[in-house]
Design a protein around this ligand. Structure first.
Ligand SMILES: *Cc1c(COP(=O)(O)O)cnc(C)c1O
Length: 395
């Protein structure tokens, strides 16, 4: 049995999204910037996709910029707010310690350029509160950027409350909603979001495409310079097939959100209940405000990488930490940020399920993970020390 439980890393494209893309290769292949009929047909399809994406977020079509993905959208949102802030002498940015690297590395770059960054602590409940944001806001704060939901541990942040705090203080608010779009309800106006990033391949659309919502009146700087596409804010010939596929996938995800979430949440809760029975284990992330498909655990005395390899041999595709850091020996910055010590953070497992998963697959995971954890513990010198009392259990 092959079980794909790594949907936070990427998702299988839906048949509908794939079918929606095909005409853009076969008949609507024009360049939307061309003035002839074939180009103008492509332009119409592009603007139709923009209006449909906007509708899913509760904004206007002209507030949507298509990008190459979530990373580019994050970079552009953050750099824009920073550079416009600097013009007014405001060089302080607030974010959280468990953001995606697309955000954290952009902030690192800005720090080198003289910006000051406050990363909010996420140890308490594996989440942040609007009060933390409120307390951190200063006269010279030019941006608050907090993710909508965490990609590793599934914590959902109180985005509407943070948005309200930012609005009251007159500080622009960006959210990396890459894990939320298509999975959680979004209404950028009601939630007071000024900028929002999303990515097609996290909700069964194609990869290499994303969108940045920018509220009217919020200025943008270009990350990609060139032609006047996307109202001059993002150069490059539009990736029309991917944009159309993303629009179709987002519409489907939003239309079926409640039904999918009911199914996925039930699978998640069954996994959490089953895996919690493994001794010396701990659930990572907010227990209540949690992405429907996210299951994240630390198991003491084992290595996450070894766990993944043995699970793969049983047909289970999962992740340990984020896909972006696998291959590096450092434990996940997210697990360290929520207060897991190095040894424990190394023994992590993330299962991210979606509506394509079946009950049989969940049962297969529930029998396989405890077996594999036991196999690894039996081989582990650390586990032997723990069992002998030569070392203290942390979990
Ligand atoms: C996947 C992901 C990104 C990056 O999106 P890409 O489209 O792969 O560039 C950014 N933020 C979060 C939270 C993600 O999960």
């Amino acid at each position: 049995m092959q079980v794909y439980a790594d949907n936070a890393a990427t998702t299988k494209i839906s048949e509908h999204a794939l079918k929606a893309m095909m005409p853009c290769f076969e008949t609507v292949y024009g360049n939307p910037s061309s003035l002839h009929t074939v180009g103008q047909e492509a332009k119409e399809v592009l603007e139709d996709a923009r209006a449909r994406v906007a509708k899913c977020l509760g904004c206007e079509a002209r507030e949507i910029i298509f990008t190459s993905g979530g990373s580019e959208a994050d970079n552009q949102a953050i750099l824009s707010a920073a550079y416009y802030g600097a013009r007014k002498g405001k060089k302080h940015i607030i974010s959280t310690a468990f953001e995606h690297h697309a955000v954290l590395h952009t902030l690192n770059k800005l720090e080198k350029e003289g910006f000051e960054v406050t990363l909010l602590d996420v140890k308490d409940g594996h989440n942040v509160t609007a009060q933390q944001v409120q307390k951190a806001i200063r006269e010279d704060t030019c941006l608050v950027t907090c993710m909508y939901a965490n990609n590793e541990i599934g914590s959902i942040l109180p985005i509407a409350e943070i948005g309200a705090v930012c609005k009251a203080a007159g500080v622009p608010f960006h959210t990396d909603a890459v894990q939320a779009a298509g999975h959680l309800h979004i209404d950028v106006k009601a939630q007071n979001i000024d900028m929002l990033s999303l990515s097609g391949h996290k909700f069964h659309g194609p990869r290499g495409v994303g969108a940045l919502y920018v509220r009217r009146g919020i200025p943008l700087v270009n990350v990609i310079e060139g032609g006047a596409q996307e109202r001059g804010k993002r150069a490059g010939t539009e990736n029309l097939p991917a944009i159309v596929g993303m629009a179709a996938a987002l519409e489907d995800a939003c239309a079926n959100l409640e039904e999918n979430n009911r199914k996925v949440t039930a699978m998640r809760d069954k996994l959490i209940a089953g895996l919690s029975k493994i001794p010396h284990s701990a659930l990572n992330g907010d227990i209540v405000n949690r992405l429907p498909g996210n299951v994240s655990f630390c198991f003491e005395g084992i290595e996450g990488e070894a766990l993944l390899l043995l699970l793969d041999m049983k047909g289970i595709c999962a992740s340990s930490g984020s896909a972006c850091t696998s291959g590096s020996l450092d434990p996940s910055h997210v697990l360290l940020a929520i207060g897991r010590v190095h040894d424990v953070a190394h023994g992590s497992l993330r299962l991210s399920v979606c509506h394509y998963n079946t009950d049989e697959e969940i049962d297969h995971i529930l029998t396989s993970v405890p077996e594999v954890v036991q196999t690894l513990r039996n081989m582990s010198p650390v586990w032997r020390d723990l069992q002998n009392g030569d070392r203290e259990y942390i979990l």
